[in-house]
Design a protein around this ligand. Sequence first.
Ligand SMILES: [Zn+2]
Length: 216
Amino acid sequence: MHKPYTVAGVLGCLVIVLMLAVTILPIYGTADEDAARRACMNNLKELGRAAAIYMHDYDGFFPSGDPNGKYNDGSYALQKLASYIDDARDADGKIAILDKKLNATTKLLVCPASDSGKFYGSYGWNAYTVNSPCTDNYGYHKNLKSVKDAATLLLMADSDWHTLAYTDRADRDGSGWPKHVRYRHNGTANILFVDGHVAATSISLVKQKDIMFVQN
Ligand SMILES: [Zn+2]
C-alpha cells in the first residue's frame, strides 16, 4: 500500500531543497544575474568587434582621446566607434555613440548590472591605449604594433569610470592593478581584451599580472 506523506516528511524535504538552493545560488547566480552577465559580455564583444574594424581602417591605431582636452578620453575614444555600431544614433538620427549630454545612444554601452544604468558607471577604457595628445602620461599603446600580447591586454572592462589606469603611476611595472574595475557579476568583472575575447575575471586574477600595460 502507498504510504501517505507526513507533514514532517514534506517539511523536511522542503528544508533540504531550500538549503541546496541557498548553497548553489551564490555560485551560479540567479537567472537574472546570469542574463545580465551574458548581456554584458555580449556588449563588450560587440564593442571589441567595432574597435577591431576601426583599428583595421586606421593602420592599427587605437581610437584617440580628445586632442583639445575638452571631453574625457574614454568618451571621446568611444565616439570613434559610432559608425561601426548599427544602432548608434542620437535623437536627430545622427551617427553618435553618446549624445550631447554623454548619454549612451546604444544599449551596448550599458552594463545591465550597473547601478547607473548609463555609460558612466558601466564600462571603462584602458587609459594606456587612448592616445591622447594632451596628456603625456597616456597613449602608451598608440598602435597595435606596440602591443606585445593582444590576448592579455585589457581594452575595456566593467567599471565605475570612463577610463581605467593603475592605482598609482609608479605601479606601472605591473605591481599595481587597475582602479575603477567593478566586479559586479558574482565577484567577477567582464573584461574585453585587445584580441576581441571577453572573459569574466576575478580580482585575484587581475592582481596576478599586468593586463593594462603589456608593451613591446
Ligand atoms: Zn557588466
